[in-house]
Design a protein around this ligand. Structure first.
Ligand SMILES: Nc1ncnc2c1ncn2[C@@H]1O[C@H](COP(=O)(O)OP(=O)(O)O)[C@@H](O)[C@H]1O
Ligand SMILES: [Mg+2]
Length: 269
């Protein structure tokens, strides 16, 4: 830490990349951007128990700290912060942060308590790290909106820098959870990105009504064996459904293949 201090001053801005580890190129793109823009770069690796539901995958979530540290080694990160669970949540822990409406729709409706865990851990981490800028992926689009709201409404100085979705060659958005997919489901999962591209084509061809577009996407995903959690076209700020697609709209998808739940999203106009 002392190397980062100049006469007691921490070198700002401090860029922060919170992750749950099992890193992939999506995470590294955030670290790379933070390294370009910030004097100090902090990455956290913490599988946050409070954002997992009781029947979710906290115990089986993929973890490989030594591999993660190897991947970060060439990235020029100043600090990797890997707190133990009991340090973040000591016995008797009882303080949580709730963003109300935005956290209850879409993924929040499907995963009760998920965003409460996310907002709580991120506020704690931002306070610990004293982050100025937090680098987050647009793959988790609702998470970006919820966290921006939380930081603004709780008068935090930290700002979120949204970074584009990094994809595999076939278009599947990179995610630590992709390792859960069977080879067959891994192939089928490329239909999420295909659905986004199809929606873009439909809109280009003048089919810009949400209730025309969504059934076509539904059919594509069902035909590839996906079980749909939701397909929504929403305003990119309020996350409320829109009737007509425009440049302020975002297509959001949550689909299960087997037991694996995947999310993806894109602008379509
Ligand atoms: N494919 C991706 N492209 C860009 N950013 C990503 C991607 N996947 C995850 N991220 C970002 O990395 C950060 C940590 O996410 P995390 O939950 O650890 O990974 P994952 O969502 O892959 O399981 C979040 O800001 C998330 O949006
Ligand atoms: Mg994630």
């Amino acid at each position: 830490m002392t190397a980062l201090m100049e006469q007691g001053e921490i070198c700002r801005p401090i860029g922060f990349v919170p992750t749950m580890g099992y890193l992939h190129q999506g995470h590294l793109s955030l670290v790379h951007r933070a390294r370009q823009e910030c004097r100090t770069v902090v990455v956290s690796i913490f599988v946050n128990p409070t954002q997992f539901g009781v029947n979710e995958d906290f115990d089986s979530y993929p973890r490989d700290l030594s591999r993660d540290l190897e991947m970060l080694e060439p990235m020029g990160v100043d600090i990797v912060f890997c707190p133990p669970v009991r340090e973040m949540y000591p016995d008797g822990y009882q303080t949580f942060v709730d963003v109300e409406q935005l956290a209850q729709i879409l993924c929040g409706a499907r995963r009760p308590g998920h965003f409460r865990g996310v907002t709580t851990v991120v506020l704690k981490l931002v306070n610990i790290v004293k982050a100025d800028l937090m680098y987050m992926g647009e793959k988790d689009f609702q998470q970006c909106v919820v966290l921006e709201t939380m930081l603004r409404e709780l008068n935090q100085a930290c700002r979120i820098i949204r970074c584009p979705i990094v994809r595999e060659a076939d278009g599947l958005a990179m995610s630590s959870r992709n390792v859960y997919l069977s080879p067959e489901d891994r192939q089928k999962a490329s239909c999420l990105h295909q659905a986004i591209q199809l929606a873009q084509r439909l809109c280009r061809d003048g089919k810009d009504k949400a209730d025309e577009v969504i059934p076509v996407l539904t059919e594509l995903i069902l035909s590839r064996g996906g079980q749909i959690d939701y397909i929504a076209i929403v305003d990119h700020v309020s996350l409320q459904p829109v009737d007509v697609v425009d440049t302020r709209s975002r297509l959001l998808l949550a689909v299960r293949f087997g037991k694996t739940r995947l999310i993806d999203n894109g602008a379509i106009a």
